[in-house]
Design a protein around this ligand. Sequence first.
Ligand SMILES: C[S@@+](CC[C@H](N)C(=O)[O-])C[C@H]1O[C@@H](n2cnc3c(N)ncnc32)[C@H](O)[C@@H]1O
Length: 285
Amino acid sequence: MSFEHLRDIYKAELSDAQFDRLGTLIMRETGIKMPPIKKVMVQARLKKRLRVLDMSSFDDYVNFVFSPEGQVSEVIHIFDAVSTNKTDFFREPVHFDFLKGQVLPEFLEKSNGGLLKVWSAACSSGEEPYTLGITINEFVRQHGGFDFMVHGTDISTLILKMANNGIFTHERVSPAVPDELLRRYFMRSKDDTKKTYRIVPELRQKMRFSRLNFMDDSYNLPEKYDVVFCRNVLIYFDRPTQEAVVSKICNYLKPGGYFFHGHSESLIGMNLPLKNVRPTVFRRI
Ligand SMILES: C[S@@+](CC[C@H](N)C(=O)[O-])C[C@H]1O[C@@H](n2cnc3c(N)ncnc32)[C@H](O)[C@@H]1O
């Protein structure tokens, strides 16, 4: 790529009208709110797409996005570019404590050796579903009694690929994952220069990852779940969208099953088949 081309990309600006067009598309397809304050972030992130596509202006880019070819091949990259994937191992730890202290003992008592099914909805790069897997496996190691599976879904195919690989840098796992769990559930890369860790195959085998867009009319999942984590994603949607999404999720939650949302989110005032059991934790009626 020539110096002139790189300079054009560096200078390229997304106009208000272009941002509006893209924002309307993003909101319609993903539910993610696109207030004007996000323009600078969108512009910066989409410059990477200009480079990949060898384009030097947002005029060319926006025209491409709305062309028949762009609608098929580019829209998915816009979602990857604008979504916030921030996540961590053991994020909002009280949820994992509640799981250990109440949800898992209850399941052990009534399950008769059954399979605990957990859904990490909007799982990002996998830290949340693997933390669920580690927490449940620790419980099962001590108490036995049942098997489990964790299904992670997200709109972003890029992020799902990372989740499926189960490879994390040293900074991602330390200090978030206690040493004992790090030794038990992560394999250090043999290449000493890399400093990466991979989730052990025994745990990866219990995971399943697939793409799911909350804006779809119905989620078409093959099963119902005992536990659903849907954390730190509702916050990007407006209230009617939040209510519609949680309502559809409830169709896949078993009666008595648990629903968790993030601590900066709220379902207060919504008409949902859920009973509040503690802040951010609900049971399916
Ligand atoms: C901030 S991350 C939250 C990750 C994890 N649940 C946690 O709490 O750490 C939000 C995730 O929601 C996903 N997301 C955004 N809009 C979505 C949609 N319409 N359908 C499904 N996932 C979506 C993003 O791709 C991103 O990975």
